[in-house]
Design a binder for this molecule. Structure first.
Ligand code: NAP
Ligand code: GCO
Length: 263
């Protein structure tokens, strides 16, 4: 039996109307999974459904904000009625705010923590009980380079993603005996709307300084694409990773291993 197939499995990918979440959901669908996703507004959900349909994927979309515990619990119950019990959860939804810490308000800091860390807690808590009943489950938390490294202006995001790394290890520790594997994927710098500001051409048409910086810091000498996350997502969602638990799989082109190319 092909350990990498997901036939008969139901996968919930949060915030998967586009970007990394969409790419990972598409990969899970290609491996046989039924795809369920949410986004925080109807327009995004409808846009996502149209994209999945255009790619030949019959996805199920729901409007829900991952920080809304009551809403998430109701959404999971609705999914279980309409589609089935969730076998695979990918906590992908996330935001970033790039503000120098001394200029960031507590409200702005809290908003990032709420979505990027409390959200994965809320959604994981909603799906774990029926994973226990089913006797298996896969939870994949989308971490970041900032689960390991800091940089200017991303204090809230780094705190959230560092916390998400440890939440991953704790879910592994607390639920491993129920045959639930919880791992993380730590994408490097990926070309999506979230990083578009870091890649914008300068007025004179030259590359954004951060764009050049990341190219120099990446052995692969390129930005990642959402497609680079497809294989790692299928691996961690499949039976091929049943003895992999509490691990953060960095998909970063080698950034974390490299001091960077000499200017
Ligand atoms: P993106 O293009 O900004 O997409 C984020 C998705 O999450 C959007 O669909 C967004 O929906 C949704 N979302 C945001 N807040 C939400 C909420 N409260 N409830 C439900 N959905 C919500 O980001 P991305 O680059 O694909 O990143 C996806 C994940 O990978 C994030 O967790 C990010 O931190 C992480 N990551 C990204 C990179 C990178 O370089 N791009 C690298 C490492 C990790 P809306 O349209 O409503 O905003
Ligand atoms: C930034 C970027 C990064 C990436 C990603 C790196 O401003 O530094 O947005 O945070 O999104 O998280 O792994």
């Amino acid at each position: 039996m092909n350990q990498f197939r997901l036939d008969g499995k139901i996968a919930l990918v949060t915030g998967a109307s586009y970007g990394i979440g969409y790419a990972m959901a598409s990969a899970l669908a290609e491996a046989g999974a039924t795809i369920v996703f949410n986004d925080r507004n109807e327009e995004a959900v409808q846009r996502g459904l149209a994209s999945y349909k255009a790619d030949g994927i019959n996805a199920h979309g729901y409007v829900c904000d991952v920080t809304d515990e009551k809403g998430i619990n109701e959404m999971v119950a609705q999914i279980e009625r309409e589609v089935g019990v969730i076998d695979i959860l990918v906590n992908n939804a996330g935001i970033i705010k790039r503000i120098p810490m001394h200029e960031m308000s507590a409200a702005e800091f809290r908003e990032v923590i709420d979505i990027d860390l409390n959200g994965p807690f809320i959604v994981s808590k909603a799906v774990i009980p029926n994973m226990i009943k089913k006797g298996h489950g896969k939870i994949i938390n989308i971490c970041s380079m900032m689960s390991e490294l800091g940089r200017e202006t991303v204090s809230a995001y780094a705190a959230a993603k560092g916390g998400l790394k440890m939440l991953t290890k704790n879910i592994c520790s607390e639920y491993g005996e129920h045959n639930i594997q919880c791992n993380g994927i730590g994408p490097g710098y990926i070309a999506t709307p979230q990083t578009a500001p870091l890649r914008e051409k300068q007025a004179d048409g030259s590359p954004h300084p951060f764009d050049s910086f990341i190219i120099a810091k990446t052995p692969a000498a390129r930005w990642g694409t959402p497609e680079d996350l497809k294989g790692p997502a299928v691996f961690l969602a499949s039976e091929a990773s049943n003895f992999v638990n509490g691990h953060i799989l960095y998909v970063d082109g080698g950034i974390l291993a490299y001091i960077g190319k000499q200017p």
